[in-house]
Design a protein around this ligand. Structure first.
Ligand SMILES: Cc1ncc(COP(=O)(O)O)c(C=O)c1O
Length: 399
């Protein structure tokens, strides 16, 4: 994801970050819309988060025994996410998705999993099929090193179409708002349809909220849409910029986990005190008013960005979900991976990316990621991005 292979040029090396900005090794400042691909919500080096990490470090970094921080973080997640009775902490989104799948298979006694083209659920073998994010950016169909057998029970289907499920399916895993093929919103009825299809087939529904969790709001996408899955995957924001993931769900489903049940999962550094301190510092400081304010700022930003292009005669789609913003160089709305790839094929994104970087704005170096304006981005930061984008749009239009 950090590679410049699809956009060309030389990657910048970040020496430090503060709030909405990062500085590279040559001292250049960028308005950063990458924000560690959504792991950072309060901005870089937020004093409250830094202090929480320092305080935790002074007491020891890992023990191999339970700590209060992991219990508090687990409780904070269960309190915020309706229907999520229990969670287990891990160290990355990849582990969260991999473990959720294992739980679903263990609970149902079935092997098959269904995922959607262009959704990314980390780099566990079984989920590296039809993947978005870096896999899409590098144009890979999957990954070498993944044995055929590892993906033999993974069915990849188009996003925004409710698949027909049979009694072989253990679970359907989905990004409830897809943010790894650019930003693709669920069409009305899609998530509800998945819930129904899973219920009818006796399969579990897994929401991968590694990006949307505690970003669309404290309740994530399930809170916003009201569609309640059986299992959730979390990551990014809940770690406050340190390595944390979590998977959770219905109590009767989570009960299959060892030591109570037969599904094994464990991790030496899972829920370690530094990461839980950072995550808690974020979750405890963000209020509903923060989420609302940010969504408003971002809605006007997205509108202004779209205007900056259309006034130059360049067709774009700028989808928005709460604070998440997408950008497709396409005349048509993008509802799935095929259309996302089509829009990425015109080469405009890489030209836009390079010119924005030159102008002092850091975007993801590939067309399949979202933008992550966060609580540290002021209106004037976002206005500056729009103004630079306006100039770049003029250059792209050849004016
Ligand atoms: C939706 C989703 N799931 C899972 C992952 C994997 O998380 P990690 O990179 O922490 O392993 C990502 C990472 O971008 C993601 O966006």
């Amino acid at each position: 994801m950090r590679s410049f292979a699809s956009v060309g040029g030389t990657p910048y090396t970040v020496l430090r970050g503060e709030g909405p900005y990062v500085w590279d090794s040559e001292g250049r400042r960028y308005i950063d819309l990458v924000q560690s691909y959504g792991a950072v919500l309060l901005g870089h080096a937020h004093p409250g988060v830094v202090e929480a990490i320092a305080e935790a470090a002074r007491c020891g970094t890992t023990f191999g025994a339970p700590t209060p921080g992991e219990v508090y973080l687990a409780e904070a997640i269960c309190e915020a996410v309706v229907g999520c009775d229990q969670v287990r902490l891990v160290s990355s989104g990849t582990e969260a998705a991999m473990s959720a799948i294992r739980v679903a298979r263990g609970f149902t006694g079935r092997d098959r999993i269904v995922k959607f083209a262009g959704c990314y659920h980390g780099h566990a073998d079984a989920l590296l099929a039809g993947s978005g994010s870096g896999v899409a950016m590098l144009g890979l169909p999957g990954s070498a090193g993944v044995p055929k057998g590892a993906v033999a029970d993974t069915l990849v289907v188009p996003y925004n179409e409710v698949p027909t499920l049979d009694e072989k399916v253990a679970c359907v895993i989905v990004e409830p708002v897809a943010a790894n093929m650019g930003l693709v919103l669920p069409e009305p009825g899609f998530l509800e349809g998945l819930r129904q299809a899973c219920d009818d087939a006796g399969a579990l529904l897994v929401f991968d909220e590694v990006i949307t969790g505690f970003r669309l709001g404290a309740g994530g996408a399930s809170g916003v849409t009201g569609v309640v899955p059986d299992l959730w995957c979390f990551g990014k924001v809940i770690g406050g910029g340190l390595p944390v993931g979590a998977f959770g769900g219905r109590r009767d489903v989570l009960e299959v986990l060892a030591p109570g049940g037969p599904v094994y999962q464990a991790g030496t550094l899972s829920g370690n005190p530094l990461a839980t301190a950072a995550g808690l510092a974020v979750l405890e400081s963000v209020t509903p008013a923060h989420y609302e304010g940010l969504a408003k700022r971002v809605a006007s930003f997205a509108h202004a960005l779209a205007e900056a292009f259309s006034s130059q005669g360049i067709a774009v789609q700028v989808p928005v979900a709460g604070p998440l913003v997408g950008l497709f160089f396409s005349a048509q709305p993008v509802g799935g991976y095929e259309a996302a790839r089509e829009s990425a094929s015109n080469g405009l994104y890489s030209r836009f990316f390079s010119a924005m970087l030159e102008g002092g704005v850091a975007l993801a170096p590939g067309p399949y990621e979202a933008m992550f304006p966060g609580l540290a981005h002021s209106e004037s930061d976002l206005d500056e991005v729009v103004s630079i984008a306006g100039e770049v749009a003029g250059e792209l239009a050849g004016r």
